[in-house]
Write a protein that binds this ligand. Structure first.
Ligand code: GCB
Length: 599
């Protein structure tokens, strides 16, 4: 677990410089980089943009599909005036594992390709001189790693990723690299919880610093007016007549912490927060004590050329599409997204179900690639996997806990919960993650099609249920869709007749749709069929009051592994991969903009 994952800022005490741009890059198929001295740089490099996934830049298949070790290197300068500071490198996402060297000195390793980590390089750098950072990275998939998969070796000796999930295994430095200079005595973490009523809101804060000193804390409104102050490591900020953070009507206050040593401020950190509460009560999801019906999407960080790279331009467009269509939420399927996505959502009043990259925890998921009939949680990889899983849950919550947009934590996508061996795994996961979020937001996982009300042995764990269901597409498709609807209703009747009183959100459903393909009457893959399928689901949702949200799969088409189920990617997008609407977008817009918030 990382000690603190505050987002980098520049202020009176801190400096943040992005090292984005062209880096040196090289494949290392025989894992000889260290032996060859690449820790201090390497000859004959490929110039590679950062942030980006390396895959789609290449025009030859061996490079695009490359699996194994690869290296990045970049020179950077640390000016003399930083001499009293702690110097750190912060990697937003190094997919999936990385070892960092500075001037040839090994600094640290990290595993987990969708969460940030920092490397303290204070003693490794030369001040007033050029330094070099190199990274040995690796993108292999394993059953004891997140996301789960296999790495196969082809007869020609080349390695190949075999994911137990459908999204393409885009790899590289997918998010920005920051060079940070921060005070040696510094603030490294903070958290907040809230009480709100119409006339008053209280922010309970807790701040952590490397040295035990005093703290001055203030809260300012959007006009910069200080509305509350406090002192000490933990305390309350009381706001009279607050403007609450509301769904699709966000308001952000700025909280500022000053670390004081002998009467002098030695560090400062400010962040935007939203005053709001989140609860699950019975089958209601409540924001500020008011019921919210979720509408939105499962998504991916995916776009042309740079793959899984965070791209502010794509994100701006996606946020606008979500606003246009009347969405109020999304799931960060199937991994935590770049922090700037959460900042956008905070600003737009969009709720996020934040998901850890625990995906592929089901051997049948490998059926896309041939099928393996075994319980995932019986495997001898499970102990090792668990360590990585809980570590990444900790880092996700650590990183994202202060975002008002975060509604819930999804601890896994579609695990195999129908076997006995899943029960101890999830007992441990839910116990070990219980205290991590000071706000105690709901924790959950998505339930795959096979994990029905009857079959799943893990229904005791989630605080709200996320159902991924594909009648009309993966079964009971086409002319049989009426049977698909009947099956869905039969399952929901079982939930209804049970004594479970928790919300259900449909976190995936949909139909692959080739944009521009029209057919009357509809056939699968046509734009007409996608609408008919969504319409069928809507009819069902409207019949059960414990269904508290709908998030069709997916906001946009995205790249997948190649295979006979996919035509250049997953086409269940309501928008195309270049973010233009399919006919279904207009259908959803009509529904979502007319449903009341608390539908
Ligand atoms: C699922 C997965 C998602 C896939 C989707 C599909 O259940 O959670 O990652 O992309 O199905 O379209 O097959």
């Amino acid at each position: 677990m990382e000690k603190g994952l505050l987002y980098p800022v520049t202020n009176k005490f801190r400096q943040d410089q992005k090292l984005d741009g062209l880096w040196d890059f090289k494949f290392d198929p025989s894992a000889e980089g260290e032996k060859k001295g690449w820790t201090t740089g390497f000859g004959d490099p490929i110039k590679m943009p950062v942030p980006a996934s390396f895959n789609d830049f290449f025009t030859d298949k061996d490079s695009r599909e490359y699996t194994g070790d690869f290296w990045y290197a970049k020179k950077f300068f640390v000016p003399d005036y930083m001499k009293d500071k702690m110097i750190e490198l912060r990697f937003g996402a190094a997919t999936h594992r990385a070892t960092v060297y500075v001037n040839g000195q090994e600094i640290r390793s990290h595993e987990g390709g969708f969460l940030p980590f920092t490397a303290d390089i204070t003693t490794a750098i030369k001040l007033g001189e050029e330094n070099i950072v190199t990274l040995k990275m690796n993108n292999e998939l394993h059953r004891d790693a997140l996301p789960a998969g296999d790495t196969a070796i082809l007869k020609n000796g080349k390695k190949m990723s075999k994911p137990f999930f459908d999204f393409y295994n885009y790899s590289g430095l997918n998010r920005s690299v920051h060079l940070m200079a921060i005070p040696k005595e510094n603030i490294y973490d903070y958290s907040t919880t809230y009480d709100v009523s119409e006339n008053q809101a209280t922010v309970h804060y807790d701040v952590k610093a490397t040295a035990g000193s005093n703290f001055m804390v203030s809260l300012a409104d959007e006009d910069g007016q200080i509305v509350a102050t406090s002192e000490g490591q933990s305390g309350d900020l009381v706001v009279e007549n607050p403007t609450l953070w509301q769904v699709r009507d966000a308001y952000l206050y700025t909280i500022k912490f000053e670390l004081v040593e002998n009467g002098q401020t030695v560090d400062e950190y400010s962040d935007e927060i939203g005053l709001r509460t989140i609860e699950v009560k019975g089958h209601q999801i409540l924001v500020n004590h008011k019921s919210v019906y979720l509408r939105g999407f499962g998504r991916h960080e995916d776009s042309i050329y740079a793959g899984r790279a965070f791209d502010l331009n794509v994100e701006r467009r996606d946020m606008n599409l979500m606003k246009w269509i009347g969405a109020n939420s999304f799931r960060s399927s199937h991994y935590p997204y770049d922090e700037q996505v959460y900042k956008f959502a905070d600003r737009e009043g969009i709720l996020i179900i934040d998901e850890v990259p625990a995906v592929g925890f089901k051997m049948a998921a490998a059926s896309f690639l041939g099928g393996l009939n075994q319980s995932f949680f019986d495997g001898d990889w499970v102990d090792e996997l668990y360590k990585k899983h809980i570590d990444q849950v900790k880092d996700m919550i650590q990183r994202d806990k202060n975002h008002p947009s975060v509604l819930a934590w999804s601890l896994c996508n579609e695990p195999d919960t129908s076997t006995d061996s899943a029960v101890p795994y999830f007992t441990k996961l839910f116990n070990d993650s219980k205290e991590l979020d000071p706000e105690k937001r709901p924790r959950t996982f998505t339930l795959n099609e096979d994990d029905t009300f009857e079959a799943s042995k893990c229904l005791q764990f989630p605080d709200l249920y996320l159902l991924n269901r594909y009648p009309g597409w993966y079964h009971k498709w086409g002319y049989e869709i009426s049977d698909g609807e009947a099956g869905l209703r039969a399952e929901l009747d079982e939930w209804k007749n049970s004594d479970i009183d928790k919300p259900i959100v449909f976190s995936e459903y949909g139909a692959d749709t080739e944009p521009g393909l029209h057919k009357l009457p509809s056939i699968m893959w046509s734009e007409e069929y996608q609408i008919e399928l969504l319409d069928m689901f809507d009819r069902v949702f409207d019949s059960y009051d414990f269904v508290r949200g709908e998030q069709p799969w997916n906001l946009a088409d995205f790249q997948t592994v190649e295979g006979n189920m996919r035509v250049n990617g997953n086409k269940k997008g309501i928008f195309t991969r270049d973010r233009q609407p399919k006919a279904a977008a207009f259908f959803l817009k009509k529904r979502w903009t007319s449903l009341p918030l608390d539908y």
